[in-house]
Design a protein around this ligand. Structure first.
Ligand code: DX5
Ligand code: ZN
Length: 238
């Protein structure tokens, strides 16, 4: 199956007084999915939205809701996030001792389980989870705030991760998929989040990312739809 770039506006950069309208606007502008940031004021020094706001967004759009939780003890929030309409829950490797248990529980609830890594977390922790997580999110800024500068050194981590996926067996919908069957399934998704623009996004895609999450860049475009299209048009190496 041909690899293709997915573009996920991060609503953190939208108007918080009109979250439901902003979600609808992203859908109408052709977003592939919508990225929602949940912060707890502990794992990161900021507060954003919780299950009630996510439920309101879910009522306003049919977009796939990619919920990125920057919270300690992510396990405790899974049920409420799923009730609110999360289609994928992405939690941080650095936020819990129970990474595998949390991934498994999310998958048991029939929701995609994603694992996020902060920029400074070593590559050595990634291989173990390739066959366990449905999606990997490589942070290209330290999580907590929108509008930060892209960290170029994460490009190496993206390359490392894509290479591992290409070399190893991967998991898709709960199944381990061997290399010879990989072309029959959608490409394994590697997301990047933080400081993503059309330019830094192109570098990430070249390194192997295929989900581009962008807040500030997209929400400051004069035309959201054209901004999304520009990012999606980035040439994928495969
Ligand atoms: C930051 C969040 C991001 C944020 C990205 O911790 O996880 O999703 O919205 O914002 P920009 O695109 O402005 O860097
Ligand atoms: Zn995020």
């Amino acid at each position: 199956m041909k690899n293709k770039i997915k573009v996920a506006p991060s609503i953190l950069a939208g108007d918080f007084g009109r979250l439901a309208d902003e979600a609808k606007r992203c859908e109408d502008a052709g977003a592939d999915l919508l990225h929602l940031d949940v912060m707890d004021g502990h794992f990161v020094p900021n507060l954003t939205m919780g299950p009630k706001a996510i439920a309101a967004i879910n009522r306003a759009t049919n977009l796939f809701l990619d919920v990125h939780i920057m919270v300690y003890n992510p396990f405790n929030y899974i049920e409420r996030l799923i009730e609110s309409g999360a289609d994928r829950i992405v939690f941080h490797f650095e936020a819990t001792e129970d990474v595998e248990e949390t991934l498994q529980y999310i998958q048991k609830c029939n929701v995609e389980a994603g694992l996020a890594f902060c920029p400074e977390t070593s590559n050595e922790f990634i291989p173990k989870f390739l066959t366990k997580a449905d999606y990997l999110l490589l942070m290209t800024v330290h999580p907590g705030f929108g509008g930060q500068a892209f960290k170029y050194d994460v490009l190496k981590k993206i390359e490392f991760t894509r290479k591992l996926i290409d070399e190893q067996r991967i998991r898709y919908k709960g199944q381990i998929v061997s290399q010879d069957k990989i072309q029959n399934i959608p490409p394994y998704e590697i997301g990047v989040d933080g400081g993503i623009t059309d330019e830094t996004g192109a570098l990430c895609v070249e390194a192997g990312a295929n989900v581009l999450i962008a807040g500030t860049y997209l929400f400051t475009q004069p035309n959201l739809s054209k901004g999304i299209e520009k990012m999606r048009a980035i040439e994928c190496p495969k």
